[in-house]
Design a protein around this ligand. Structure first.
Ligand SMILES: C[C@@](CO)(OP(=O)(O)O)[C@H](O)COP(=O)(O)OP(=O)(O)OC[C@H]1O[C@@H](n2ccc(N)nc2=O)[C@H](O)[C@@H]1O
Ligand SMILES: Nc1ncnc2c1ncn2[C@@H]1O[C@H](COP(=O)(O)OP(=O)(O)O)[C@@H](O)[C@H]1O
Length: 316
């Protein structure tokens, strides 16, 4: 095969607790990550020149080495030089549907798709744990994007424990097109404002692992959407909501709509999501929010929880 098309789903954070400062400069996290139906399409092709090329339909996404998909291809070329020499270069086309810098892991899921696509293109036969480990060197959220579904993530966000899949919880996502939140800024600001409360760096991993026995994990195991929605949590809201009043307002508008089980910001934001029992309720609330906030800058999507990560849709 000389070409693969892959679906690269976005994620939301059902739970994000910042446990403390790690010696490597990152933050120890306890998270629950959930794949959603909103996805990019990634095409990877073998090309005869020994180069890596990236194309993207979204003007804000870089196509040079700063693109995480480019870096994933470069990593594969460095790790598997013989295959790179044998199969030649790689052309990557990104059809971007996931909002950029939105807290939805758009770059991470593109990188995960490139790892999976090149593994197939070069017939490497890597296992999922091997792909996840490679992904972890590109970004904290990349291992989850390879695996997908529903998972507890600890460490930098790269240590995964799968949970039973949550299918068909419906979601409305709201994101202001012109608002982007920098993830490093969000963590740095959190550390500056709240770092004192977690200066004790002992037993970080043990404290993060306590999430396994927490109430939201129990709700996920029970597949109880209402209870999951009651237990949504994101520590990064403490810094992002005060800095971005529009995000706070959107969250409040969601919270006041009938049928909303719960609402929260995803990751470092600024996307806000709301959970629903049915697609019909989600679609109705999307219309109500559109009427409540008349702003062309606000994009709204209906989607749902899904049970997979990167998926191959065609090969030629
Ligand atoms: C906040 C989260 C929640 O899922 O997602 P997004 O909002 O980016 O989607 C993640 O923690 C983001 O993951 P990802 O975007 O892969 O992060 P990385 O590239 O590894 O790190 C970007 C920067 O975030 C900070 N960072 C990230 C992860 C972590 N555990 N501690 C940190 O302090 C560091 O400043 C790092 O330089
Ligand atoms: N393939 C990619 N898709 C989206 N953004 C990318 C990609 N590669 C690099 N970036 C850059 O990464 C930054 C974070 O974007 P993204 O991964 O969408 O957000 P988040 O980390 O909030 O989930 C953006 O500023 C963007 O320029």
């Amino acid at each position: 095969m000389r070409s693969y098309s892959l679906i690269a789903p976005a994620k939301i954070n059902l739970y994000l607790e910042i446990i403390g400062n790690r010696p490597d400069g990152y933050h120890e996290l306890a998270m629950i990550l959930q794949s959603i139906g909103l996805a990019d399409q990634i095409d990877v092709h073998s090309i005869s020149t020994d180069s890596i090329r990236v194309h993207c339909n979204h003007p804000q996404v870089p196509t040079d080495k700063s693109n995480l998909a480019y870096r994933a291809a470069e990593l594969m070329a460095m790790q598997f030089p013989e295959a790179f020499a044998q199969y030649g270069g790689v052309e990557i086309s990104i059809n971007k549907q996931i909002p950029v810098a939105a807290g939805l892991a758009g770059g991470s899921t593109n990188a995960a798709a490139v790892l999976v696509g090149i593994d197939l293109l070069w017939k490497l036969g890597l296992t999922q744990p091997e792909l996840e480990e490679l992904g972890g060197t590109l970004g904290s959220d990349v291992p989850f994007c390879v695996a997908g579904g529903t998972a507890i993530a600890t460490g930098r966000g790269d240590q995964l424990s799968p949970l039973p899949s949550l299918d068909n919880i419906y979601i409305v996502l709201g994101k202001y097109r012109s608002l982007e939140v920098s993830t490093p800024w969000a963590y740095k600001t959190y550390r500056e404002q709240f770092g004192d409360s977690y200066r004790d760096s002992d037993n970080l991993a043990a404290r993060a692992n306590a999430v396994h026995s927490g109430a939201i994990v129990k709700a996920v195991l029970d597949k109880d959407a209402g209870e999951i929605a009651q237990k949504l949590h994101n520590d990064l809201e403490r810094v992002v909501l005060p800095a971005y009043p529009q995000v706070l307002q959107l969250r409040e508008v969601f919270a006041n709509q009938e049928g909303v089980l719960g609402t929260m910001m995803s990751g470092s934001g600024p996307t806000v999501f709301a959970l629903f029992e049915s697609q019909q309720q989600a679609e109705l609330v999307l219309l109500q929010v559109r009427e409540a906030i008349i702003d062309k800058d606000l994009e709204l999507f209906v989607t749902r929880t899904i049970t997979h990560g990167i998926k191959v849709v065609s090969s030629v």
